[in-house]
Design a protein around this ligand. Structure first.
Ligand code: NAD
Length: 424
């Protein structure tokens, strides 16, 4: 009897492949040559390292680490470091490209990069994590640098890991170099406003979108999926600007109140309830799917990728979708949403507030000066609003949805810069 290999379980849509589909569409509309297409697509540099780490029990374990610089045409590359068991070079490569387009769309002088180590932070002690981060930093001494490549936190890493990175890099250089990394603790030169920056950018994008659709924020309603860093700050800031947030959700479930959720109360509840909304009072429980299809003006997916797909897209009632998460809408849902006339502020624009304030952190470190929160908020709001206006205008000029327009803006900027700088 012949052995028949079982068919693989059909994968969910891959958000990074979805990104490439939209990238290809934008490239076609711009009439980019084949040569330029490959310049834009192929990463500038890819580094893989083996990191032998002494574990707490005395054994030695070798971890694989990566850093991919997708582009440094616009300036030093910028991108987070991910600690996760599923990290691999293909994922890092795709995420690095995503960073190039995100930085270009908000017009900050950075290229795109990403790093990662295949490891499980949940199973490692603080000491093991520290040794791993320091070893990774030493192996990347010729990659990182305030004028070359500037890492930041991503999944599984935070201010603590960035502090170790800054310290190890500084020791090697014989001086304190805090501009080598962003997302640091405040005392090490981290920036005010960074924690809420992505949610704040989502709020600015939502108000700009409402303005185009002639929706009065004080008479509007919203549903926010995900109540972590991005979702809870976005909900709170929208609420402060008069928007009635009727539904919120997290991994524990979705919560609805037709008279509006008390967002401040929900944040306090979550913080005292081990970080979850489980048993949140003052709202009725609805399903995750119901939240996405509620009759509200604005829908903010701020949890994870691929939540809006061709199955639920026909039932979405919101007039405006502002993508707080990366890749929350699968490519197969794009046409359905566009046909329904829903305005979508795409992820590479809507959630770029975080990288914008990271850029401010780097600027402040290089100036040796600290801006107050008011200055940071005003400047990041202006960058987000200018980027929104540029993408909106481009969408009208090319008669395409804002998602494709965002890629057009970003790709055109990188391609034009390359043309001026020239190659070999
Ligand atoms: P987080 O871990 O702080 O929060 C994620 C939230 O989503 C949590 O409340 C979690 O319970 C909830 N969640 C998870 N699965 C869910 C589900 N199936 N249904 C409903 N809720 C669910 O993460 P975050 O930093 O807020 O990031 C959220 C998204 O935004 C991610 O896609 C991330 O890549 C993207 N993003 C974050 C930043 C940033 O600065 N934090 C910047 C750009 C993009």
């Amino acid at each position: 009897m012949t052995y028949i290999e079982p068919a693989p379980i059909k994968d969910k849509e891959n958000p990074l492949e979805s990104m490439m589909q939209r990238f290809d569409k934008a490239v076609e509309l711009l009439g980019i040559s084949d040569e330029m297409y490959y310049i834009l697509k192929v990463p500038a540099r890819q580094v893989t390292v083996g990191l032998p780490i002494t574990m707490d029990d005395g054994s030695i374990k070798v971890f694989e680490g990566y850093r991919v610089i997708h582009s440094n045409i616009l300036g030093p590359s910028k991108g987070g470091i991910r600690f996760d068991p599923a990290v691999n070079i293909d994922e890092v490569r795709a995420l690095a490209a995503w960073m190039t387009w995100k930085c270009a769309v908000v017009d900050i002088p950075y290229g795109g990069a990403k790093g990662g180590i295949a490891c499980n932070p949940r199973e490692m002690s603080a000491g093991e994590m520290e040794r791993l981060m320091r070893a990774y930093t030493v192996s990347m001494l010729d990659v990182f640098g305030p004028d070359r490549d500037i890492p930041a936190p991503d999944m599984g890493t935070g201010p603590r890991e960035m502090a170790w990175l800054m310290d190890e890099y500084s020791k090697a250089k014989g001086m304190t170099v805090n501009a080598v990394v962003t997302g640091k603790p405040l005392v090490l030169g981290g920036s005010l406003g960074r924690t809420e920056a992505t949610g704040r950018g989502v709020m600015v994008s939502a108000l700009a979108g409402m303005d185009k659709l002639k929706i009065n924020p004080y008479k509007s309603s919203a549903a926010v999926q995900g109540f972590g860093n991005v979702g809870s700050h976005a909900a709170n800031l929208l609420h402060e600007r008069g928007v009635m947030v009727k539904a919120i959700s997290d991994i524990s479930g979705a919560y609805y109140n037709q008279n509006g959720i008390d967002i401040e109360g929900a944040i306090k509840f979550r913080d005292l309830n081990k970080g979850t909304l489980e048993n949140f009072p003052g709202a009725e429980r609805i399903s995750h799917e119901e939240l996405l299809t509620l009759d509200v003006d604005v829908l903010v997916p701020a949890a994870k990728e691929d939540v809006i797909n061709n199955e639920n897209a026909p039932y979405i009632q919101a007039k405006l979708i502002v993508e707080g998460a990366n890749g929350p809408t699968s490519a197969s849902a794009d046409d359905i949403i566009n046909d329904k006339g829903i305005l979508v502020v795409p992820d590479i624009l809507a959630n770029a507030g975080g990288v914008t304030v990271s850029y401010f952190e780097w600027v402040q470190n290089r100036m040796g000066y600290k801006w107050n929160l008011d200055r940071i908020n005003r400047r990041s709001d202006r960058i987000m609003k200018d980027a929104f206006d540029k993408v909106f205008l481009t969408s009208q000029q090319y008669k395409v949805p804002m998602r494709i327009a965002a890629y057009i803006v970003a790709i055109k900027k990188v391609a034009d810069t390359y043309k001026f700088r020239g190659g070999y």
